[in-house]
Design a protein around this ligand. Structure first.
Ligand SMILES: [Zn+2]
Length: 217
């Protein structure tokens, strides 16, 4: 075999390719068939790790490309090397992102050669319901990538009131949607965000009460 052929064979063996004609910008496309459970591509073949409390982790989070690994470190992809971090979001994804270890994209339903590999971003926003419009084009597209929780949601969700009931129903509907598309891991992110927001709202309310309350101090 000539040198050039060897190189070509090696390139062809890559299970994915990166193309511009995707849902949004550059995307990841399958070059072979993948079955559920198979690893499709590493999240970031070249990456750096910083501690979760490192100021650099906060700055890098702005890119929305960082991943919190299970060892508590933050994975920052080197974007000069393509990888799973280029996967676009879909409301009916064929793969899922896992942050354990080095981070990986794993198939959740059969992916055929030539198909775009999509994941579910699972972003949870605070008081910004329309923050990330979704144009994935999938049947059942939610219209936005993010799921929003508001200060009112955080205050009401544990309450035994009509408002609390409405928040819980909305969360249950989202959980059912996530289970239907094989992304139940996102439920935990929503629960964490809601608890965090509830703590902050409670702390703020306590400060306001002590500021305005008569005879305090
Ligand atoms: Zn969508």
């Amino acid at each position: 075999m000539k040198k050039g052929q060897a190189r070509k064979a090696m390139f062809s063996a890559s299970p994915v390719q990166y193309r511009e004609q995707s849902i949004a910008g550059r995307g990841v496309f399958a070059r072979k068939r993948f079955e559920p459970g198979e690893v499709v591509v590493a999240y970031a073949p070249k990456q750096r790790r910083v501690d979760v409390n490192d100021p650099e982790a906060f700055v890098a989070a702005e890119t929305k490309l960082t991943l919190l690994s299970d060892d508590g470190s933050v994975i920052i992809p080197d974007t000069s090397v393509p990888g799973g971090w280029l996967c676009n979001h879909s409301c009916h994804p064929n793969a899922a992102i896992y942050s354990s270890g080095q981070g990986r994209i794993q198939c959740v339903r059969t992916i055929l050669p030539g198909e775009e590999v999509t994941i579910f971003y699972g972003w949870v926003s605070e008081n910004e319901p329309g923050r990330d419009p979704c144009r994935c084009g999938a049947p059942g597209c939610r219209g936005t990538i993010n799921f929003d929780v508001s200060d009112a949601d955080a205050q009401n969700f544990a309450r035994n009131t009509a408002e609390g009931e409405a928040v819980r129903r909305r969360l249950e509907a989202y959980a059912a949607f996530l289970r239907a598309i094989g992304q139940e891991q996102v439920i935990e992110t929503v629960a964490d965000k809601l608890r965090e927001l509830e703590r902050r709202v409670r702390a703020r309310t306590a400060v306001e009460t002590s500021d305005t309350g008569p005879g305090v101090g």
